[in-house]
Design a protein around this ligand. Structure first.
Ligand code: ADP
Ligand code: MG
Length: 238
């Protein structure tokens, strides 16, 4: 298991400074949430941790190892996206085991990991079904299952619930908390939804315009916001 540490991380797209000197740490086994309005740089930051986006400066450490120049597959992270495409012609089990097949893992090992992920996600009775036969929430669980079978040290979630309806989002939030308690991996979760952030996070990082405005435990931010932006965003009446 590994924590994630960013030191003075920056990202520019041309002349546009999207991430400006971000330093933060999500200790190992914790659930960290990056929250902020659309366009503040949440996805860019997450993609840099995953190695899908090159940083323009600074240092990214996972489990104490400098991974700033390490390729994505060797960082020990798995990412779950907002819009997840499942393979329609493959079963749930085949969808979940796909990356292991690409990595040429032996069949018995693949099957065992898929079975374990299905157990955690309550998909055991659906393993032979095609994605089209699943509900929206079940499909999202399959997408999370694809990450679980890879046994990453760090899970990265980019607004994974934002395409689900309100009722299902509440249910999936509870499931994510349960998942975190059960497997204990470090998780970093990106959202623009304050309620989601408050209910899921061990630590919240409030972002605005490529800066961390404030970081801390949800209740600490709620009770003692540093500034009006955080107060307004987290919803305290300060
Ligand atoms: P968020 O996820 O918080 O909504 P993003 O990280 O997606 O924000 O984007 C932050 C800013 O970076 C936005 O202004 C966006 O337009 C810009 N941006 C993101 N990706 C690129 C890219 N590949 N090229 C140019 N600009 C980008
Ligand atoms: Mg985004």
């Amino acid at each position: 298991m590994s924590g994630v540490k960013l030191s003075n991380v920056r990202k520019s797209f041309g002349a546009h400074d999207v991430i400006k000197d971000v330093s933060l740490e999500v200790p190992k086994g914790e659930f960290g949430v990056f929250v902020g309005p659309s366009g503040c740089g949440k996805s860019t930051l997450l993609r840099m941790i995953a190695g899908l986006e090159e940083s323009s400066g600074g240092r990214i450490e996972i489990g104490g190892r400098d991974v700033t120049q390490v390729e994505p597959a060797k960082r020990g992270v798995a990412m779950v996206f907002q819009s997840y495409a499942l393979y329609p012609h493959l079963s749930v089990a085949e969808n979940m085991g796909f990356s292991l097949r690409l990595a040429r893992a032996p069949r018995h090992e693949r099957e065992e990991k898929v079975r374990e992920a299905a157990r955690i996600l309550q998909l055991t009775d659906h393993l032979d079904k095609k994605p089209s036969a699943l509900s929206g929430g079940q499909r999202q669980r399959v997408a999370i299952g694809r990450a679980i079978v890879r046994e990453p040290d760090v899970f990265l979630f980019d607004e994974p619930l934002s395409n689900l309806d309100a009722e299902l989002r509440v249910q999936m939030r509870l499931e994510l908390t349960r998942l975190h308690n059960q497997i204990g991996a470090t998780m970093i979760y990106v959202t623009h939804d304050q309620v989601e952030a408050m209910t899921l996070a061990d630590d919240i990082f409030v972002l605005k315009g490529g800066h961390v405005m404030q970081a801390g435990r949800p209740l600490a931010l709620y009770d003692d916001p540093d500034n009006r932006f955080v107060a307004g965003f987290i919803g305290s009446p300060a």
